[in-house]
Design a protein around this ligand. Structure first.
Ligand SMILES: [Mg+2]
Length: 183
């Protein structure tokens, strides 16, 4: 049954935030977790946040890999996270690229960051309180997408991601009541 509780959400870019950005990673053996990434997801889970991944995957439009590769990889990542009691609540990716087969993936053009489509789609599916919600990414396009979706955007420039998230949660003024401390 769907969880209809209004909650804040953390929108995480994937490449450069959860895993090292090596360029067009699409297999499990290409994944090196960012330091503190798994703990950061678990911290967000336990702080009553929903955690979403929003990732541009133009490698699909470029013909480097398929949507099934992306979805298999996300399942693998979800399994690794689960081994550490961490959970991504939902995932979105945009296969679109303006210069590669743009007609074929036109339906996802507005999902490609810096456009906010992936974030807005998640907000439609999950009751999300914008106050307290934020996005973390490693590019300006991540921050722009957050702003366009009406939430805070934070640029990650390195370091332990769990420490970054702990700091952000401290800075974020949210009424704790009703967010459900899930520890
Ligand atoms: Mg990135």
């Amino acid at each position: 049954m769907a969880d209809l509780t209004l909650r804040p959400a953390a929108f995480l870019d994937r490449d450069g935030i959860l895993n090292e950005d090596i360029g067009y990673a699409h297999r499990a053996n290409q994944i090196t977790w960012i330091p503190g990434a798994i703990a950061a997801v678990r911290r967000l889970n336990r702080s009553g946040y929903r955690v979403f991944v929003v990732t541009n995957q133009a490698g699909i439009a470029r013909g480097l890999y398929g949507a099934d590769d992306v979805e298999n990889l996300h399942r693998w990542m979800a399994d690794r996270l689960a081994e550490h009691s961490a959970r991504i609540d939902d995932w979105r990716y945009s296969p679109f690229h303006p210069e590669h087969q743009p007609e074929r993936f036109a339906a996802y053009a507005h999902w490609r960051k810096p456009a906010p489509g992936m974030l807005l789609d998640l907000m439609e599916h999950w009751p999300t309180r914008r106050v307290g919600s934020f996005m973390i990414g490693d590019r300006d396009s991540d921050v722009e997408a957050a702003k366009a979706a009406g939430i805070a955007g934070h640029l990650y420039t390195g370091g332990d991601l769990d420490a970054v998230v702990a700091f952000l949660l401290e800075q974020t003024t949210v009424e704790k009541s009703g967010t459900g401390e899930l520890g």
